[in-house]
Structure formats: C-alpha cells, structure tokens
Design a protein around this ligand. Structure first.
Ligand code: TRP
Length: 448
C-alpha cells in the first residue's frame, strides 16, 4: 500500500513542519549555540538556512514530487528520465543511510523526555536547585537500563506510526501539536523575561562575536541547517512524493523553514536567560535543556503542569520527526515488495540495535573513542561519531551532490515545470553556484 497524496497544502506543511521541528530545534540548537559561542554562530546558521537550506529543501521536494517514489527510487528514476546514469540513486542511498543512523541515536535522546515527563508529573522539579537538576540528569545517563527502556519505547512508537502509513494519524496529530508547542515556548520565554537575565541572553544570541567563530563551528552550523530542516536524508524527498501537483513548492518551503527557525530561536530565548540566571554553563553540552529547564519550571507557578506539558510536547515533536527518518528506508523497502509493516518493523529493529551503542556511549563506553588516532576525533564516543559523520559529512556531501544534480544535470525546463516560474531563475542560479561553492569552501577550510 502506498500512502495517498496529502489532502492539502496545509497537510503537507504540517507533515514537513512535523519532520523539521523536533529535538534539533529545542535540544540541539541551544546546546550547540552554547558550545560555539553564541551570536556569530547563530548568524552563520541563519545564513546557511537562507542560502543553502531553503534552496536544497525546494530541490528535494521538487525531486520527490517528480520522481514520486522512495528517495532511492526517485533519484534513479529522475536521473534516467534526464538521460543520465541510474548511479545518481547513490544520493538516495546515502540519504537513507544518514536518516537511519540519525534515527538510531535520535531515539535514545527522545527517550530522555519520558522519565522527565514522569518526574515532572510527580512534582519532582518543585524548587529544584541547579546542582540537583544536574545530578538527576547525570543519574539518567549513568543508567544503561533506563536509557535502553525508553529508547525501546520510543522506537516502538516510531515503528507503530510508520507501519500504519505516515499519513494516517500524522496529519491530525501535527495540526494541534505544533501550535501547542509554540504557545508553550512563548510561555517559557515569558518566564525567561522575569529572570532578569533576558538582556544578557539577547546579547549572547544576537550580538555576533566573530572571534569565537572557528572553521569547525561554521561546519557545525551548516550541518545543523540540514539537520533541523530534515534535509539530505530523504525525508523531504519522501514527503514530496506525496505532494499534489498544484501546490507551490517555493512558498511551502519558505513557510516550513521560517516556522522551524522560529521554534529554534524561541527555544534559545527561553533557555539562555535561565542558564545565565543560575550560573550554568552555556557550553554544558547535550544535557543543556534537561538540566536548565527543570530549574525554571521548579520556580514558576504551575511549574509541574507546564513541565509535564513541555516534555510531552517535546516527545511528540521528536516522534513526528523520527517517523520521517524511517520513511526513506520504509518507502524503499516497500517499493521492493516488502510490506509496509515488515519494512517498518525491520528498519526500526535495526536502528534500535545500532541505538544500543549510543546508549552505551553515555555510560559504560564513555571512554571508548574508536577513532582517537585522528586528532579531530579525539575523545569522540560512538554517539559523537554518528552525530559528526551524519551532520558534518554525509548531509553536506549529499546536499552538494543534490545541488549539482538539479543545477547542472537536470534540464532547467524540467525543474521549471515543478517550481513556480517566478522563483525558478533565482533558485536555479543559487543551486548552480552558491550552494555548491558554499559547501565546498566550508569543507575545504575544515579539512585543511
Ligand atoms: N529535523 C528534525 C529535528 O530538527 C530531525 C529530523 C527529522 C531529521 N527527520 C530527519 C534529521 C531526517 C535528519 C534527517 O529534530
């Protein structure tokens, strides 16, 4: 059974926003911004979204709709239709592999939200001090059993929706989820304004200090632009395949990207005032929101309720993202004659197994750095490496190849048939020159 087309432009936007908005916005954006020094990093990230991310999103949705298949099938079919080699399907293969690897660790992180829901609902955050919140988080990471349990539950939830066909249920869930998440973030920002450190956070996030910017942070910003928009991983291509012909790809892509950026910036505005107010470290790392937010919830009136709601919404946001990660693989297997249910269960099970190595990276294997012989990878655990290779290598490389394909290989008349006429010339010039050159320069400075 192939899923039918999205019922409307709105439904596609909701599904695409559901894919884009997730842990990347609320968990990853604040912590990497903290690690990379703030303002200058945020500026580079916004530039990457605008001049590389959005044109690539348009390209992927366009390719997906034109090919109408799984990302691997789509790339092969579109290339052959252009009179080129089926080998371009390699872009789809790398994308599917990246999505699979990301899903394996994403599920572990998403799992963290569940013990936090339990803790919040049972009043565990009331009046909690920053050190105690840190200890609570540390305790969770130190327990492979707990992490494995929640990782398993989350992967099960992902497989459940994926097996039923993504359209079913997803449309309706995202329609109320996204507005609710938005409102809750606004409430958190409102609270953050009362901490007396809001101005400091504004300066940190929006006043660029270019001395803190390294070649590596530019690569991290680029990788995150792809990650947060679910690009170079087949997700948008797979969803584009279910998009009706008459929908404007350019306008739709802008909408999705703008909503995604807004959520990330709101998360930053909610979190950094709290970080500064409690003397926490902006560069604290992946635990940043899990350590800071309980402290804030613990002090606000009705905090237990808001905390529970927040982590429930975060769980849902991660869920609608993880479903899209599995979609590249499931749609491919489905095309090869495997039933949707078997494909979802098999793919989920494989990602779950790989995810166990991420669980262990956080505790028993935290000193295991398999590539430590290279300076660049010193101290990086398996989890760090999955993150590094997908976001900093596979996704930029996939996007580079996609830009070359749509900019140089595909006939302009064919892309113009999908993209709105008014936007086509600008888009075409950008994917031909700006995107490839931008990615190559960033790669070059990182490797040299
Ligand atoms: N964009 C999502 C987030 O920011 C993550 C995501 C969903 C994703 N689908 C993806 C990342 C595919 C990479 C590939 O949380």
């Amino acid at each position: 059974m192939t899923p039918a087309l999205w019922s409307s432009r709105f439904a596609f936007i909701m599904a695409a926003v559901g894919s884009a908005v997730g842990l990347g916005n609320i968990w990853k954006f604040p912590y990497i911004t903290g690690q990379n020094g703030g303002g200058a990093f945020v500026l580079v990230y916004l530039l990457c979204i605008a001049i590389i991310g959005i044109p690539i999103m348009m390209s992927e949705v366009m390719l997906g709709r034109r090919g109408g298949k799984s990302p691997i099938g789509t790339m092969g079919a579109v290339a052959v239709a252009e009179g080129r080699s089926r080998g371009w399907a390699g872009i789809g293969i790398m994308a599917t592999l990246a999505a699979f690897l990301i899903l394996s660790f994403y599920s572990v992180i998403a799992g963290w939200t569940m013990p936090y829901i339990v803790e919040a609902a049972s009043g565990g955050f009331a009046g909690i001090a920053a050190e105690d919140s840190g200890a609570l988080f540390g305790g969770l990471l130190a327990s492979p059993g707990q992490l494995l349990l929640w990782h398993s539950v989350f992967m099960g939830l992902t497989v459940l929706v994926s097996a039923g066909g993504v359209k079913h249920g997803l449309e309706r869930a995202v329609t109320w989820l996204m507005p609710a998440l938005f409102v809750l973030l606004l409430i958190l920002v409102g609270y953050a304004m009362t901490t007396g450190h809001f101005g400091e956070a504004l300066v940190f996030l929006f006043r660029p200090d270019f001395s803190s910017l390294t070649a590596e942070s530019i690569l991290v910003a680029l990788g995150h632009a792809f990650f947060t928009l679910s690009l170079a991983s087949g997700a948008m291509m797979a969803y584009g395949a279910y998009l009706k012909k008459e929908v404007s790809i350019a306008r739709t892509s802008f909408t999705v990207a703008i909503m995604d950026v807004c959520v990330a910036l709101l998360a930053g505005l909610a979190i950094f005032p709290i970080v500064f107010a409690h003397g926490l470290q902006p560069g604290e790392g992946p635990g940043l929101i899990f350590v800071t937010l309980p402290v804030a919830f613990g002090q606000m009136p009705g905090g237990g309720f808001f905390a529970t709601l927040f982590f429930v919404l975060l769980l849902f946001a991660a869920w609608t993202s993880s479903i899209s990660m599995l979609e590249s693989l499931v749609s491919f297997l489905n095309e090869k004659g495997v039933s949707r249910v078997k494909a979802a269960v098999g793919g989920g099970l494989a990602a779950w197994l790989v995810g166990i190595t991420t669980v262990l990276s956080l505790n028993l294997w935290s000193d295991f750095a398999p590539l430590a012989m290279f300076d660049r990878f010193e101290g990086k655990t398996l989890f760090d490496l999955y993150d590094y290779f997908t976001a900093n290598i596979m996704m930029p490389l996939g996007a580079l190849l996609t830009a070359i394909f749509v900019g140089w290989v595909m006939k302009p008349a064919h892309s113009a048939a999908e993209l709105d006429g008014q936007w086509h010339p600008l888009w075409h010039a950008v994917v031909r020159y700006v995107t490839p050159i931008g990615v190559l320069i960033i790669f070059y400075f990182n490797l040299s």
